[in-house]
Design a protein around this ligand. Structure first.
Ligand code: S3P
Length: 441
């Protein structure tokens, strides 16, 4: 059964070679694009976390054949259309799942009701309802565009939508709806966000044109296109790999290699940032897998120095700021993270929760409306105190980040709701233990 808390304590150095679990973003997309396609999509290395399993169940509810063949091996049989679901679609904790599925479903003549857990029901959906509404979908939802909500789809027309905030989920929802919109769809993003949907639409046979103008990107999906099932190999998730890598950087004597990590340039802002902080990281065996670059990444214990992380880097590491904040706690001097307001609308308000958790562990922090400063004072203060029980509000990345902190702090660190870690990284505990981490349930 689910443990009420999990506790990490300082032990010896972390050593070993591990494989990152499948990328969450690509796993959701593999199931959803496979469901929209004609024919069979076979997926290898699918992340079998709670979030992705919800998307698989969602696709079944829309009448798509989805079958698990073995560990990480899934088969999706699409018919190029969604049927009306007979019941409510519960997307659990998954913002990516619900937003992409709403986009995909909006193209069809059907009504579908979506809900999720308490976290997902509190998250803003207007950001997708607005463009999908402009295309012709209609919605009945709770105040502020919250779930549960009912979507009525079909009869969509073209939109050229300029994203008000950088969001790959919103971009993807519009493009997926565009597959069944008269004239397709166009998205203009103020700064580049993860481009897995564009890449995968192409792999499934669609034409997607991308033009860049300064930091802006214009993505055009022409109308009248259909997708054909393909084989998808899911690379290792850099957002999950970040936890063992940072653990090695802050735990004296450690050396950890994560194999098969996705190196998509729109996902690895954390590697750049850690490099600037003086991290001893090496990237080897760079290769291509399923249209994406992957590599083996090795991290060795390093004396880190605080840096300023510029706002334009935020989209390429938006999910990694919690674990960066932990690395920063073990650095010398302040680390300022700017332009990270989007962190407040993730699975939790991650700026607030990291500030609270780090402060409880004796780390100096300063929270701004869209920034966070972590004052590392490792050499001056003989390290990070720890010794707290951290409230995670059911946020998997808040939980994992504080457990990693507990591996190198003076006193143990406990987190509540550790069961939520399974939303993105079900194998976190055995993987960390295999490296020598002391984490107790
Ligand atoms: C994701 C996009 C990001 C990210 C999320 C996954 C995706 O969210 O935080 O974990 O797969 O498209 P936003 O689109 O809200 O930035």
């Amino acid at each position: 059964m689910t443990a009420a808390q999990m506790t990490a304590r300082r032990a010896g150095p972390l050593k070993g070679v591990v494989r990152a679990p499948g990328d969450k973003s690509i796993s959701h997309r593999a199931l959803i694009l496979g469901a929209l396609a004609h024919g069979v999509t076979e997926v290898e290395g699918l992340l079998e976390g709670e979030d992705v399993r919800r998307s698989a169940a969602g696709m079944i509810a829309f009448g798509v054949g989805v079958e698990r063949l073995g560990e990480g091996r899934w088969r999706v049989e699409g018919r190029g259309a969604f049927a009306e679901p007979a019941d409510v679609i519960d997307c659990g904790n998954a913002g990516t799942g619900v937003r992409l599925i709403m986009g995909a479903a909006a193209g069809f003549e059907l009504a579908a009701t979506f809900t999720g857990d308490a976290s997902l029901r509190s998250r803003p959906m207007n950001r997708v309802l607005k463009p999908l509404g402009e295309m012709g979908a209609s919605f009945i939802c709770r105040a502020g565009g919250r779930l549960p909500l009912t979507l009525r789809g079909g009869g969509l027309k073209h939109t050229a939508y300029r994203l008000p905030e950088p969001s790959a989920q919103v971009k993807s929802a519009v493009l997926l709806a565009g597959l069944h919109a008269d004239g397709g769809a166009e998205v203009i993003e103020p700064e580049a966000t993860r481009d897995h949907t564009e890449r995968m639409l192409r792999a499934f046979g669609a034409q997607v044109e991308v033009t860049e103008q300064g930091p802006e990107r214009r993505i055009v999906l022409a109308g009248g296109q259909s997708l054909t099932g393909v084989r998808v190999r899911v690379p290792g998730d850099p957002s999950s790999a970040a936890f063992p890598l940072v653990a090695a950087l802050i735990t004296p004597g450690s050396e950890v290699t994560v194999e098969g990590m996705l190196l998509n340039p729109l996902r690895i802002g954390l590697l750049d940032t850690l490099g600037e902080m003086g991290a001893d990281l090496s990237v080897t065996n760079v290769r291509e897998e399923g249209g994406e670059a992957v590599a083996d990444v090795t991290a060795r214990y390093s004396q880190l120095t605080g840096v300023t992380v510029p706002p334009e880097r935020a989209p390429s590491m938006i999910d990694e700021y919690p674990i960066l904040a932990v690395a920063a706690a073990f650095a010398e001097g302040p680390t300022l993270m700017q332009g990270i307001g989007e962190m407040r609308v993730k699975e939790s308000d991650r700026i607030a929760l990291m500030a609270q958790g780090l402060a409880a562990c004796g780390v100096g922090v300063e929270e701004g409306p869209d920034s966070l400063t972590v004052v590392g004072s490792v050499r001056a203060n003989h390290g990070v105190a720890g010794g707290a029980r951290v409230t995670t509000h059911g946020d998997h990345r808040i939980a994992m980040s504080h457990l990693i902190l507990g591996l190198a702090s003076a006193d143990p660190v406990a987190v509540d709701e550790p069961g939520m870690i399974a939303t993105s990284f079900p194998g976190f505990l055995p993987l960390m233990r295999s490296l020598g981490a002391e984490i107790a349930e």
